[in-house]
Write a protein that binds this ligand. Structure first.
Ligand code: NAP
Length: 258
């Protein structure tokens, strides 16, 4: 049995869609006070309506986490509405697919700026609140792509996701004495709005390459985040949990088909 997270202040960036919404849903069901962050107001409002129906206290803030001002606003609004930040889920991310030879400087900046710089700025902005919490938790949404695997078209994305883990390891050391843990979830292929854009063929090919023969759900990533946020996970820091239905395991096609 895990300790209750009722009333805990949880920030989920990218909480209006996909994996972030799954993470937010899992925390909201535990009666946490959840602040969803995204840029699109309409999607944010729809997510609040959907999640509030399942319990917990959910609200939305429109902010761009690739900018320091956006991240500062996240910390300020979490303090105003929910009394601080106990759990920071730095989940917002983008994954445009582009081969190296076609990549523009702007797109490299956008991917690294959102996925990597955004996550650093967010932790920096929320640090005072996490320290005040006394048991702050940072959970980064990285990916198997980059830290473990590669996929043509996602070199910038993979670099950003591997970079998050580099940041995590030093952040975990720097923040340990404040009682803050910093960990990551590494999703495989999860059914989300963002993934849908890659098309049915991509989804079918991915499902066939996963030992469990299906894509994951956003809530399944949420449960891993919930564990890392628990009081009971307080001695785990600087670690990464892969949530991928076994996708990274087969060492060959034969291993997958056996
Ligand atoms: P998604 O469905 O496209 O949702 C992305 C979320 O991030 C949206 O809520 C979006 O809201 C928000 N967002 C993007 N840029 C933002 C910015 N600059 N400021 C604030 N919010 C921003 O994506 P997803 O598939 O759920 O992916 C979520 C995270 O999981 C990403 O970090 C991704 O790299 C990672 N991941 C996904 C998969 C997968 O299979 N789906 C696998 C591994 C890792 P707005 O558009 O309204 O800003």
């Amino acid at each position: 049995m895990f300790s209750s997270l009722e009333g805990t202040s949880v920030v989920v960036t990218g909480g209006s869609k996909g994996i972030g919404k799954g993470i937010a849903r899992v925390f909201a069901r535990e009666q946490a006070r959840v602040l969803l962050v995204g840029r699109d107001e309409e999607a944010g409002r729809a997510a609040v309506d959907e999640l509030a129906a399942g319990g917990g206290e959910v609200s939305f803030l429109a902010a761009d986490i690739s900018k320091a001002t956006g991240c500062d606003r996240v910390a300020a609004v979490a303090a105003e509405r929910n009394g601080g930040v106990d759990v920071l889920c730095a989940n917002a991310g983008i994954f445009p697919q582009r081969l190296i030879r076609e990549m523009s400087e702007e797109e490299i900046d956008e991917v690294l700026g959102t996925n990597l710089k955004g996550c650093m700025l967010l932790v920096r902005a929320c640090l005072p609140a996490l320290e005040r919490s006394g048991h702050g938790r940072v959970i980064l949404t990285s990916s198997i792509t980059g830290p473990v695997t590669g996929f043509p078209g996602w070199s910038h994305y993979g670099a950003s996701k591997a970079g998050q883990l580099g940041f995590m390891r030093t952040a975990a050391i720097e923040l340990a004495q404040s009682g803050i843990t910093v960990n990551a979830v590494l999703p495989g292929n999860i059914v989300t709005e963002g993934l849908d854009e890659l098309g049915d063929e991509y989804t079918a090919e991915m499902a066939a390459s996963i030992p469990m023969r299906r894509l994951g759900t956003p809530d399944e990533v949420g449960y891993a985040a919930l564990f890392l946020a628990s009081k009971e996970a307080g001695y785990i820091t600087g670690q990464a949990i892969v949530v991928d239905g076994g996708q990274i395991l087969p060492e060959s096609l034969a291993a997958l088909e056996a």
